[in-house]
Design a protein around this ligand. Structure first.
Ligand code: AMP
Length: 120
């Protein structure tokens, strides 16, 4: 593994099929797969394939159409799996729990037991 590939995010490794994932949807620009540690009955990650953007703020500034596409894919998956209703979370920064600095949307649905913002 060279110095460039050693810096790949875990999500770029999934995009490149270096590691497996339960891929549920994909096109040229976006991939969606199930979260490995689900926090809801349905917990998917919708991920732009490009590694250019670390978080949603950067994505919104750099490619708003791609952000809109991420939201459209979230809705499409929710329509298929959660009756069209879902929670969309973009963690932005370590202090709020972001661990992968390759922009991704958490799509959560099903019967969520916690409060509307994830805490009581
Ligand atoms: P965040 O904390 O917002 O950066 O979210 C990262 C998410 O990626 C977490 O919910 C992890 O459970 C999830 N995750 C990490 N590695 C994998 C993987 N290999 N396949 C699927 N989900 C993953």
């Amino acid at each position: 593994m060279d110095s460039v590939s050693s810096q790949k995010s875990i999500f770029s490794m999934i995009v490149d099929r270096d590691i497996p994932a339960d891929v549920v949807w994909e096109n040229e620009r976006i991939i969606a797969f199930t979260d490995i540690a689900p926090k809801a009955p349905v917990h998917l990650l919708v991920v732009p394939k490009t590694a250019q953007y670390a978080n949603v703020t950067e994505l919104a500034a750099g490619d708003p159409a791609l952000l809109a596409e991420v939201v459209a894919v979230a809705q499409l998956l929710a329509d298929e799996r959660t009756g069209g209703e879902y929670r969309l979370i973009f963690n932005t920064g370590e202090a709020v729990g972001q661990t992968v600095f390759h922009v991704h949307a958490h799509v959560m649905g099903g019967q969520l037991t916690e409060g509307s913002l994830g805490f009581e």
